[in-house]
Design a protein around this ligand. Structure first.
Ligand SMILES: NC(=O)NCCC(=O)O
Ligand SMILES: [Zn+2]
Ligand SMILES: [Zn+2]
Length: 486
């Protein structure tokens, strides 16, 4: 069976042009004029873009004494409804500490539920022989990126020595280390002080994690990555201090990538001052939302290219779960949602305002992630042979974001009442329409697939060559120029 998408304007990270797309089975077979297929999808007046890739989600994640409420099923349905056709979720090792077992556990959780494709990053939450060995197994199982938490002291956090060892192992394996950059010791100290001062509400969360703590950790992680000779991806960049560290590193020629979240681009820290406890607690995440000046910096980074990917860090906890921290902000589960809203918010606040071109929008929502995480051009591209993960993006559809119409399992929406312009008229995952605007689609759970991601030959080789050329070496001297011993 073949399908042709007709009359649309194709947009990729580097081009915009009029053409039809012929899909045969699961892949793009041809791109050109006047193509014919068994079925026709009309894209008149719409942009035809690569399906979104959200490289930062946490479905059903065990965290802070509970488990994220969003399931792989509801989460990937929300993704499809928002024009996203692939997520990369974070695997956390269980009590046995095994990375291999964690991947199997994630497969078991996701396999029968996913409506679109998934990949995994692996969290490194300690350091020992088993982890060293199993990192290679993880690579063979299709994982090419490893996250290190510099925060969440006493839980997921690792120290510098462990991070150095793990980054060196990443370099050996040609895979990408990632960091959650916040100084966890300083956060823990600030939390204790604020509680002692009687600040127990969600505003304490924001006070305990100032941008300086994030900037310090970003600089430290960059220094460790440079010493280990590896590229680095910094997740959920929220502030100018971390952005500045990334800019400086990139200017020195380092491959450091920065990921702002759609939440950081659109919401600010005044949310934590809201008199309604639930309102403020539902927006508790780490790092927290920042002031407007930081937001402007993040937008500028996307425009200038110092930040590459807009993700969501979708970690959805219900009101009831958030209320666990009623008397103590340090136990409010950290996380917010955005998977379904990401593209529409970035279009509305990025493209509609002239901050981003449609091509830059595509780069930030799919192509750059596909390149950085080594699945390009299978994903994130409109080229012959690529997976037919395609969103027919209608820039005229208006929608009011609301818990009443969202697909997420959550009992609230942090964007309640916000008007957005632009929605997927159709979302296609490997050639199948999984979402059609206004038709109450229900993509089949279990149709999604795990996408293995191989290690990165090119950046690893380039960095090794450069490090070998610039590494310290002894100066060859004529013995006549060396003082004689006494
Ligand atoms: N970001 C957040 O608050 N929750 C999810 C876990 C993480 O990414 O740190
Ligand atoms: Zn994190
Ligand atoms: Zn996260």
């Amino acid at each position: 069976m073949s399908t042709v998408i007709k009359n649309g304007t194709l947009v990729t990270a580097d081009r915009m042009w009029e053409a039809d797309i012929l899909i045969e089975g699961e892949t793009i077979a041809r791109i050109g004029a006047d193509l014919k297929g068994d079925e026709v999808i009309d894209a008149e007046g719409a942009y035809v873009i690569p399906g979104g890739i959200d490289p930062h989600t946490h479905m059903q994640m065990p965290f802070m004494g509970t488990e994220a409420a969003e399931t792989f099923e509801t989460g990937t349905r929300a993704a499809a409804a928002g024009g996203t056709t692939m997520i990369i979720d974070f695997c956390l090792p269980g009590e046995d500490g095994s990375i291999k077992n964690a991947i199997e556990t994630w497969h078991k959780k996701s396999r029968d539920q996913i409506c679109v494709d998934v990949g995994y990053h692996m969290a490194i939450t300690g350091w020992n022989e088993q982890i060293f060995t199993e990192m290679k197994d993880a690579v063979e199982m299709g994982v090419n990126s490893f996250k290190h938490f510099m925060a969440y002291k006493g839980a997921l956090m690792i120290d510098d020595e462990e991070m150095i060892a793990s980054f060196r192992r990443c370099k050996e394996l040609g895979v990408l280390p990632m960091v959650h950059a916040e100084n966890g010791d300083l956060v823990a100290e600030a939390q204790a002080r604020l509680l002692a001062e009687g600040i127990t509400g969600p505003e304490g969360h924001s006070y305990s994690r100032p941008p300086e703590f994030e900037g310090e950790a970003a600089n430290r992680a960059i220094t460790i990555a440079d010493a280990a000779g590896t590229p680095l991806y910094i997740v959920h960049v929220s502030c100018e201090q971390a952005h500045e560290a990334i800019r400086r590193a990139r200017q020195k020629g380092m491959r450091v990538y920065g990921e702002p979240l759609i939440q950081f681009l659109t919401l600010d820290d005044s949310e934590y001052q809201n008199a309604d406890w639930d309102h403020a607690a539902r927006r508790v995440m780490s790092p927290p939302f920042r002031g407007k000046e930081h937001q402007d910096g993040l937008w500028a980074g996307l425009q200038a290219g110092s930040l590459q990917v807009v993700a969501t860090d979708h970690a959805a906890f219900s009101t009831e779960q958030k209320r666990r921290g009623r008397d103590d902000f340090t136990i409010i589960p950290n996380g917010t949602h955005g998977l379904e809203e990401r593209l529409a918010l970035l279009w509305t606040h990025g493209v509609e305002t002239g901050r981003l071109t449609p091509q830059e929008f595509v780069a930030a929502t799919s192509t750059n992630a596909a390149k950085i995480f080594n699945i390009y051009p299978k994903k994130g591209a409109l080229v012959e042979g690529a997976d037919a993960d395609i969103t027919v993006w209608d820039p005229k559809i208006k929608r009011t974001l609301s818990v009443a119409n969202h697909q997420s399992i959550l009992d609230y929406n942090i964007y309640e009442g916000w008007e957005v312009t632009g929605q997927p008229r159709y979302t296609l995952s490997r050639g199948e329409v999984v979402w059609a605007w206004g038709q109450n689609s229900s993509p089949r759970p279990g149709r999604g697939r795990f996408v293995p991601r191989p290690p990165f030959a090119a950046p690893a080789k380039a960095l090794s060559t450069w490090k070998a050329l610039t590494s310290p070496r002894a100066v060859a001297r004529n013995p006549m120029n060396i003082p004689a011993g006494v």
